[in-house]
Design a protein around this ligand. Structure first.
Ligand SMILES: Nc1ncnc2c1ncn2[C@@H]1O[C@H](COP(=O)(O)OP(=O)(O)OP(=O)(O)O)[C@@H](O)[C@H]1O
Ligand SMILES: [Mg+2]
Length: 644
């Protein structure tokens, strides 16, 4: 089959699937449906909440390491609908969903605006888009046929019958007919509401069906018709004055009825313009253009803006009425660099880039972004804080550093609302790719691009100084240590086995030392004294000297013993400090050969072989290509293993 034919087949299948009969009927027919399934008449918040929830949710609890380390073990609800799209945003998403939940229960939230507040490029717009597209997946709703605001058919039920209706159906009817439908009811159907045709309609973002968007407006052209529609001048000749048929109900609140109204950069608008928001939320009514009655509105109002605008708006006490109707959810930047990396991957995946990205490239960029966003702590240095926020264990002087992430969080307020944006990093990725002659980006080239961009674009001298310090010093060192470990691993054949055997030996000897017993040689079965020199050669890797060794050995023995007693498996990675010591030991064991082999131009045959094997491991196992391997090795030999 040719590609065209294949595609045309898909087109037919698609058209067939669209053909499913849409409901057409009268109020009576609708009531029968409603009796079988009362859910078809839910209000907007509930529909949206339910739709997002229908994708499922799970709870990150104590069994999840990220939850334990990052959320203080407090369970976090994770909604599948946002999976793979939003990263490191669990808390804000949870708050958004909590808002929708309360609103769905018709709590006070159903009469409030949800405001997403966050710095540029934190994903506010993307989040609103994603929420809007949830609506498009909803079942079509039942509407009064031809109604410009696609209103709920139950509005046809007259006031006098509503109590009875509620008693029988268990459904409370909110809202009255819009002026257009009221006019049609009287003039086209002789007031017989049972004859009014009812049909179905789906949501469409691009079709402006159930989704209204209000962009920020220039104060001079601000016009409430954007919100509530207008009188159609061309029709004013056709109809008498005040005839609802002359109304063009195409404002955002009309279009977004039963769905969502989005206010983009909401506080860039004049306050007068926003008053409609108050009536829409509090009274669930919006004014009608011309002299008609108010029009019932049922919808979720989502707004977003940056902090600067918010602060300006908040400072005006005349804005209190609106402030009182806002539920604010902060959408900060990600402060976990591993989550940040996922954002870049998502954005790169969407572009046409087809280039090689060397290992650690995005990590380095993400670390920089996170460092720029953290507020200083009195307890730890910035890099350590960054690692703790990433859920990593920090080893210091042979101990796992006991810093509670909660304490760090409580030290500062509103973290993640400033710093480098995702867009800034994406631009640096673009630039570093554009400069590359080999169609690749490496940690080295991304760092250069970032330095250049900071110098060009960061205006505040203070920020610029900080950022450059990160890039040129702390991150530089961090990357070098990553790289050194990686090259070591590539040099050492069967790295894990060697590490494991160091680990086993260390445990045997340390345990014997602690218990004052002998070590049984694994080969000859002879008893021997614990090998003090060997033990120290490991311990010195993490700066354990003198009597500190006694505690260290005792700690490890009891830690491992406890683990074994609980039937947990142990390996060389089990205990952070020992892992680090073993890694360092291996690194130092190949430091000489690394230096000689990578630096010298005249390698002998044996060295050549070793070097080539190392390069092959970098390429085959670690994801480098020829060019990037060459670049990082060159970088390592210039910056590590200096001849001293
Ligand atoms: N935590 C995140 N998870 C996934 N993607 C993200 C995240 N933060 C930002 N992004 C992505 O970064 C890009 C920029 O985000 P977006 O335009 O939504 O930001 P914004 O908060 O609306 O910024 P602005 O205030 O400048 O309008 C989007 O493509 C978005 O998908
Ligand atoms: Mg935006």
């Amino acid at each position: 089959m040719t590609t065209t034919n294949k595609f045309l087949k898909s087109v037919r299948t698609h058209q067939e699937s669209k053909k499913t009969e849409k409901f057409k009927g009268t109020l009576g027919d609708y009531l029968k449906l409603l009796e079988a399934n009362p859910d078809i008449a839910v209000l907007a918040h509930k529909r949206l909440h339910r739709q997002i929830l229908s994708h499922g949710l799970r709870t990150l609890d104590e069994s999840d390491t990220r939850c334990n380390k990052l959320f203080n073990g407090e369970p976090v609800k994770v909604y599948n609908y946002f999976d793979g799209q939003f990263f490191g945003m669990e808390r804000p998403l949870e708050k958004v969903m909590r808002f929708l939940h309360s609103a769905a229960m018709k709590g006070e939230e159903s009469r409030q605006v949800l405001l997403l507040l966050g710095p540029v490029g934190a994903g506010k717009s993307a989040l609103v888009e994603h929420i809007k597209s949830a609506l498009e997946a909803c079942e079509p709703i039942y509407v009064i046929e031809g109604c410009p605001i696609r209103e709920e058919p139950l509005h046809l039920v007259p006031r006098t019958l509503r109590d009875e209706f509620t008693e029988m159906f268990g459904i409370k009817i909110e809202g009255d007919l819009c002026p257009v439908c009221r006019h049609r009811l009287i003039n086209e159907h002789d007031g017989d509401y049972t004859k009014f045709p009812i049909s179905q309609e789906s949501f469409s973002v691009r079709g402006r069906k159930g989704v209204g968007v209000v962009p920020p407006m220039d104060p001079n052209t601000q016009d409430t018709s954007l919100l509530i529609g207008s009188e159609d001048i061309s029709k004013l000749d056709l109809y008498p004055e005040d005839d609802p048929r002359a109304l063009s109900l195409n404002g955002a609140f009309n279009v977004g009825n039963r769905g969502i109204v989005e206010f983009v950069e909401v506080f860039k608008n004049e306050i007068e313009f926003l008053h409609t928001m108050i009536t829409a939320t509090q009274e669930k009514n919006v004014p009608s253009p011309g002299k008609q009655a108010m029009i019932y509105f049922d919808g979720v109002i989502l707004a977003h803006c940056n902090e600067a605008e918010w602060n300006k708006f908040k400072a005006e006490h005349t804005n209190e009425a609106i402030l009182d109707r806002i539920v604010r959810v902060n959408v900060p930047y990600s402060l976990e660099y591993e989550q940040e990396v996922k954002i870049y991957k998502k954005l790169i995946g969407r572009s046409d880039y087809d280039c090689h990205i060397a290992p650690h490239t995005l990590e380095v960029a993400a670390m920089f972004a996170v460092l720029s966003r953290l507020k200083p702590s009195n307890k730890v240095d910035p890099v350590t804080k960054m690692k703790i926020y990433n859920g990593q264990e920090i080893v210091e002087k042979g101990l796992v550093k006991k810093v509670d992430i909660k304490d760090l969080r409580e030290e500062v307020e509103d973290e993640g609302m400033t710093g480098i944006s995702t867009r800034f990093i994406m631009k640096a990725i673009d630039a570093s790719l554009a400069d590359s002659t080999k169609n690749m980006i490496t940690p080295i080239s991304i760092r250069d691009a970032l330095i250049k961009q900071v110098k060009e674009q960061i205006v505040s001298p203070e920020d610029r100084k900080f950022y450059l310090q990160f890039l040129q010093k702390s991150l530089h060192e961090e990357y070098l240590s990553l790289l050194e470990k990686e090259i070591t691993k590539a040099f050492v054949t069967a790295y894990d086995e060697q590490a494991e055997s160091l680990f086993d030996n260390y445990l045997d000897h340390a345990e014997a030392y602690v218990n004052n017993t002998k070590v049984k040689d694994r080969v000859t079965n002879e008893d021997m004294e614990p090998d003090e020199k060997f033990l120290q050669s490991i311990e010195e890797q993490i700066g354990i000297k003198g009597s500190a060794k006694n505690n260290f050995r005792a700690d490890i023995s009891s830690y491992m013993f406890a683990k074994l007693r609980r039937n947990e498996t142990i390996d060389w990675r089990s205990y952070g400090p020992l892992r680090e010591a073993i890694e360092n030991k291996l690194v130092s064991s190949v430091r000489d050969i690394s230096r000689i082999v990578t630096k010298s131009k005249s390698r002998d045959n044996k060295q050549k072989k070793k070097f080539n094997a190392m390069v092959q491991t970098l390429i085959g196992d670690y994801g480098y290509n020829e060019d990037s391997a060459e670049e990082v090795i060159k970088f390592a030999s210039n910056n590590l293993w200096r001849d001293s």
